[in-house]
Ligand binder design. Sequence first.
Ligand SMILES: [Zn+2]
Length: 233
Amino acid sequence: MIDAHCHLQEFENPSEVISGLEAVICCGSGVKSSQKAVELASKYKEVFATVGVHPEDINDRDEKELRKLLKMPKVVAVGECGLDTGSDEEVDLFKFNIELAKETGLPLVVHCRNQFEKVFEALDLDRVQMHCFTGNMEQMQECVRRGWYIGLGGIVTFKSSHELREVAKEIPEDRLLIETDAPYLAPEPVRGSRNTPQNVKIVAAKISEVRGTSINQIEEITTQNARRLFGLS
Ligand SMILES: [Zn+2]
């Protein structure tokens, strides 16, 4: 399986938490964490890095250093970036990340908390991962119409996520990605504990249950999709 989004920088012993996985996308969220992601990618064959600036790290934006990091081996996307509050500063930072994706030709990893209108307005790329998707059916359909991929994580397992499970049923097979966002957002039944990329299997099991298909089938299609989006060989 592939964990299409996690923060391996937060683990003391990365090899332990990625054992048995085919690939892991380790996301940067500012210059420092992007540097660390690139380092981890050089050290572990399963690990691939993303380089970008998330709104939480809005001040960790050394543009020269980011462009340098984007040229390193095994950097497969720009991000994670996106919108939390949708402030002008965030939109400006988001547009900068979009610019980096255009310059490099890499896909973009997008974080969106209830800011779909502004994301739809600012984002004119077609290779996009909407990471840890929590939108509604219409928002999912609009993302799919634009050719974007939908990443589902632990939230889909939460007891209260009825609507998201309805959305999960309808995501076209070739647009679905599975991710953990570890160490955050551990799935049920280990919710509240420290999440690890190993829990990608719990998310896959829930999605296969919701979609009425086998875990093998979910693993297979989401692995193919991640390979296609991130250009993994
Ligand atoms: Zn993340």
